[in-house]
Design a protein around this ligand. Sequence first.
Ligand SMILES: C[S@@+](CC[C@H](N)C(=O)[O-])C[C@H]1O[C@@H](n2cnc3c(N)ncnc32)[C@H](O)[C@@H]1O
Length: 196
Amino acid sequence: MRENFFGAAGWDNLEFDEWLNDMDQMFAELARIIKKRGSVIMFMSIIKVESIIRLAEKHGFYYKTTGIWHKKNPMPRNMNLHFINSTESWIYFTYKAHTGTFNNDGKAIHDFVETSVTPNGEKGFGKHPTQKPLTLMEHFVKILTNEGDVIFDPFSGSGSTGVAALMHNRKFIGSEIDEQYYQNSKERLESVIRNE
Ligand SMILES: C[S@@+](CC[C@H](N)C(=O)[O-])C[C@H]1O[C@@H](n2cnc3c(N)ncnc32)[C@H](O)[C@@H]1O
């Protein structure tokens, strides 16, 4: 990943073994805090999906689905040289159970999710290079959790998961290593709480 532009944001530039070790520790911590039947959604580069599934299973997570998020209007970088990168994969696990909350209202929900990239109107609290659009995070919040549930995002960035959680009456805990992103997301979340 070091060689391509996904590494440019700065937090995805570890050697593979270091990354594997970090992810191993992260799943150990997730297993410590998640409830039985809780759900995990991870956005992940598709080439790492299999490694992540193996690690997660080691820590008691049950693999459910690998899905695709398609961005309808991605940045057309180097469009005359290769295919435009318009997708990200996501992986869904449940903990110590084969099923978890799944609010489908009797409808078939596909593993292909399509949205626009994050609109400028959602970027009022500072720039984040990989800010997820709210519609995407609301999709998972509504299906995989119920009102009053606690949602934790260990890599909360701009706080999109938290905003989606609060908008739908869920509780939110986030952690973010970068001081500036932390401050920006805190202000963003406080504005939702104030109902602005
Ligand atoms: C892919 S971004 C997440 C973007 C987020 N989903 C959003 O919508 O804004 C990953 C974030 O994790 C943060 N991060 C990286 N390592 C971390 C760590 N060890 N603990 C907490 N945050 C970390 C990065 O600073 C970055 O903001």
